[in-house]
Design a protein around this ligand. Structure first.
Ligand code: ADP
Length: 516
């Protein structure tokens, strides 16, 4: 071998080593190693096998060999030892292995040289270079490839570690991205670095809009009193004494809906105990809050609405039962009918409460039959007529109104609720009308009054549970805000819809439509 040829080989080797260490992508690194190794040794083909965790080897890169044939060479790396001293290690029976492999693959490969890539005596892989023609591999060739393999081992190990870290990072990202809870990762100054899909859904803020901004600007939590939690009580800005990094509050979603969230923060510190990032777990607790609010409302409604009739009943019953009084018949009848009225109110309230809770539990079942709406409307009016002398009533349906299918008892309640409201919310009296007509595939019914009306902003809320318009009349009028909620739920259970037309001071018309 000529010295200057060797020298050039060495130089070349050095150059490649540099190129190798700069490359962190494993497939492209292996390609670089292999192409250069084949070239230095004037070979025609080459293979790199890497070691698996279970200490077997598998081909990871090839050069000059048909890809589909690579596995046919497995005689070359079957049952290899996995440790090697630094130098002089040889693949046992290499030439026999080559004969087996060439025969299996049907390729005339005559010469092979194989050198292990070793890190701390552990073989992490092997480089094979083949010649199908030309001279045998010399000692120098082995030496050159040996040096080359040492460099390659380090580069492969680095790329491998890098790939592992990269895989791990991708896995963590996938976990964070797909977590059912909201997850955000913050930098020490509370700039958002990661904003996962659950958070996008929760807040309506896309990740690209949130990332790079401060969490207190994006979430901007407020407490029930409207005070900013983020600006006044952020546990990251002012860690609480108990060390519990927790915050809760309401955030406004892009579509205007309020979302209640609870955040748990876990800070990450570096070796010098400096805060480097914070992982925040954000849960949507709106349902929980709603349930809590509902419970509170329910308690106050029950205590308020049940107390009044009960105390009236108690008062009248106590008076009428007095031994020393000798009530005349008229007083007795008046007193008892008041007791009866109040008991009816109680009964209605309790029924409404029960229905509302059945609805919530999905337990409200409808018993379908054919409904004669005009006669049901007449009967409802007949029940209410004696309760008022300020109102007049009218019923107006066409003769040939087709029968609709529905639950008789529930429909009676709906009409009763609507007429009862029409009465309650027109304290100065007026005309209350029930009527309806058939459209192509549904029957529409209305109940109208000439009462106080409902402001436009309240109209979509009055069908919510426990919703009541806040005005002096409602405050004086008994009610739990359940009537319209039940009307809507029952009409929708019939496949229908309900809506209101109203102007303050000009009366209201409640409409519903159910399919024929
Ligand atoms: P409640 O009458 O027990 O308060 P509802 O669910 O029946 O509950 O009605 C909800 C609210 O809608 C009432 O509190 C009232 O403010 C308003 N409302 C209902 N019906 C009428 C009506 N006919 N005219 C004016 N306001 C009404």
């Amino acid at each position: 071998m000529f010295p200057d040829y060797r020298l050039r080989q060495r130089e070349y080797l050095l150059q490649i080593s540099r190129a190798m260490t700069a490359r962190l992508n494993l497939p492209s690194l292996l390609k670089l190693i292999l192409e250069n190794a084949v070239e230095i040794l004037s070979g025609q083909a080459g293979l790199i096998v890497l070691r698996r965790d279970d200490s077997t080897f598998y081909p990871r890169a090839s050069y000059g060999l048909p890809a589909e044939a690579v596995n046919l060479f497995d005689a070359l790396w079957k049952d290899l030892p996995t440790t090697a001293g630094r130098r002089g290690w040889q693949v046992p029976d290499l030439h026999m292995r080559l004969s087996l492999a060439s025969a299996a693959a049907g390729m005339p490969l005559r010469q092979v040289v194989a050198l292990p890539m070793v890190i701390e005596d552990e073989i992490i892989g092997l480089i094979y270079i083949f010649r199908s023609r030309g001279a045998e591999f010399t000692v120098n060739d082995r030496q050159v490839l040996g040096d080359f393999a040492d460099q390659a081992a380090i580069a492969v190990q680095n790329a491998w570690l890098y790939q592992q870290v990269d895989d791990e990072r991708a896995r963590l990202n996938a976990i964070i991205e797909n977590s059912g809870d909201g997850v955000m990762i913050l930098e020490a100054d509370r700039t958002i670095r990661t904003w996962n899909r659950a958070l996008v859904g929760m807040t309506g803020v896309p990740a690209e809009e949130a990332i790079g901004r401060h969490c207190y600007d994006v979430l901007n939590l407020h407490n029930r009193q409207g005070v900013s939690v983020c600006y006044t009580a952020c546990p990251l800005a002012k860690p609480p004494e108990d060390g519990r990094l927790y915050a809760e509050g309401d955030t406004q979603r892009a579509d205007g809906i309020k979302v209640s969230v609870a955040d748990n923060y876990s800070p990450q510190y570096d070796e010098d105990n400096r805060l480097i990032s914070v992982i925040a777990n954000v849960r949507d607790v709106s349902r929980l809050r709603e349930a809590e609010d509902m419970k509170n409302t329910l308690l106050s409604v029950i205590s308020h609405e049940l107390k009044t009739p009960v105390s009236i009943i108690k008062g009248y019953a106590g008076t009428l039962v007095r031994q020393d009084a000798n009530w005349d018949k008229e007083t007795l009848t008046d007193g008892l009918s008041i007791i009866e009225d109040e008991a009816d109110k109680l009964n209605e309230l309790i029924n409404n409460l029960l229905d509302a809770s059945r609805l919530q539990a999905g337990g409200l079942k409808l018993k379908f039959g054919f409904l004669d709406l005009p006669s049901m409307a007449e009967k409802t009016i007949d029940r209410f007529r004696p309760q008022t002398d300020k109102h007049t009533f009218s019923v107006d349906f066409p003769e040939n109104l087709p029968p609709v299918k529905g639950d008789h008892e529930r429909m009676r309640e709906i009409l009763s609720n609507l007429v009862s409201n029409a009465l309650k919310y027109s304290p100065d009296g007026g005309l209350i009308r029930i009527g309806g007509w058939a459209e192509e595939n549904e029957v529409q019914v209305y109940v109208s009054d000439e009462g106080i009306g409902i402001p436009a902003t309240e109209q979509e809320h009055i069908f919510d549970r426990f919703a009541r318009v806040d005005n002096s009349l409602t405050r004086q009028t008994p009610g739990a805000g359940l009537g319209l909620f039940l009307v809507k739920a029952v009409i929708e259970a019939h496949g229908g819809r309900v809506w209101v037309e109203s102007r303050p001071g000009q009366g209201s018309t409640f409409n519903f439509a159910i399919p024929i």
